[in-house]
Ligand binder design. Structure first.
Ligand code: RRO
Length: 312
């Protein structure tokens, strides 16, 4: 079965990617498998300056998923370019670089810096981090804010670098946000970031995370991801916004989980939380998805994308 995935001008050997944040630049995973085998490695969102992130504890396991309030810890763009991007090039991985800014100007500067660097397969603008100090900085929660980031980044990137906008599930109307991003020049949409949550330790009778709220990931959010992908794909099919590729992410642990996102409309799938206890999961999911697609009679992966919307 032909597993080639197309995201605008970008052609990938397969649709499996890491999810941003779950494996930094992929070094940890490379101990377990060759990250060059993936469709792409999506890097942890990088900001202009180095950051230590939020206070600990900032990870909490719950029986319905993982909560994190990392708060954009990272090396900053200079060290990222010098060390991480160079390493990804060395190992032959396709790099989708996730960027995060606390202003439109910061997003633009980050994109301008990356525009001239070799080895950037695509940019994912993270406008949906739930762990920013001020909810007003979650650009993906408001259509005009989302559009202003996307337009500013698109303006400084060459047309050869696709721009993905990563959306938040914590919005009233995901289609409205998606449409604003596409109108502003997004070449694709990544859905979804984590879902805002709180967990309380009933023994200590206090919140588990130092920062109180965190982003929920893992299997519990998969139906939310499927719903967001479904709604945006349905709106595209109905002509309510131009058709662009959707990259699906949310609680995928197996090939059949990935297939669910694909049938809803995703033409690539990111794997995150499961890799914390099964580091080779992204590659396993690739192989399981290939088998599942073939077993259902598709000769190419792209034929399965959005199949569940088809009228019989
Ligand atoms: O670093 C984080 O706390 C974080 C980010 Br940037 C994000 O986009 N999603 C998330 O769950 N955590």
């Amino acid at each position: 079965v032909d597993m080639t995935a197309r995201i605008g001008s970008l052609t990938l050997p397969n649709p499996l990617m890491t999810a941003s944040g779950c494996a930094a630049a992929g070094r940890e995973l490379h101990q377990f498998f060759d990250v060059g085998e993936l469709g792409a490695v999506v890097t942890k969102s990088v900001m202009t300056a180095p950051r230590s992130g939020r206070d600990t504890p900032r990870m909490a396991e719950t029986d319905s998923g993982m909560l994190n309030s990392i708060g954009l810890q990272g090396p900053g763009i200079d060290a990222f370019v010098e060390k991480d991007l160079a390493w990804l090039r060395e190992v032959g991985a396709r790099a989708v670089v996730s960027i995060a800014g606390s202003s439109v100007q910061e997003f633009r500067d980050l994109a301008a810096r990356l525009a001239d660097e070799p080895g950037v397969a695509a940019i994912e603008v993270n406008i949906s981090c739930p762990n920013v100090a001020n909810r007003g900085l979650v650009f993906a929660c408001e259509p005009t804010s989302a559009a202003s980031v996307v337009a500013a980044v698109r303006a400084v990137l060459p047309p050869t670098i696709p721009l993905l906008a990563k959306l938040s599930p914590d919005v009233t109307d995901i289609v409205e946000i998606a449409a604003a991003c596409v109108s502003a020049g997004a070449d694709g949409l990544t859905m979804i970031n984590t879902l805002l949550g709180i967990s309380i330790d009933v023994d200590r009778m206090r919140p588990r995370l130092a920062g109180l709220t965190g982003g929920l990931s893992g299997p519990a959010v998969r139906p939310v991801a499927v719903r967001c992908i479904w709604q945006v794909q349905a709106a595209m099919l109905a002509g309510r916004l131009p058709t662009v590729p959707i990259v699906g992410v949310g609680g995928v642990r197996t090939g059949l989980d990935a297939l669910e996102l694909v049938l809803a409309g995703a033409c690539a799938v990111q794997v995150g939380t499961v890799a914390f206890h099964d580091p080779s999961a992204p590659l396993r999911v690739r192989d399981e998805l290939a088998k599942a697609v073939q077993e259902r009679g598709f000769s190419s992966f792209m034929d399965a994308v959005g199949h569940a919307h088809r009228v019989l």
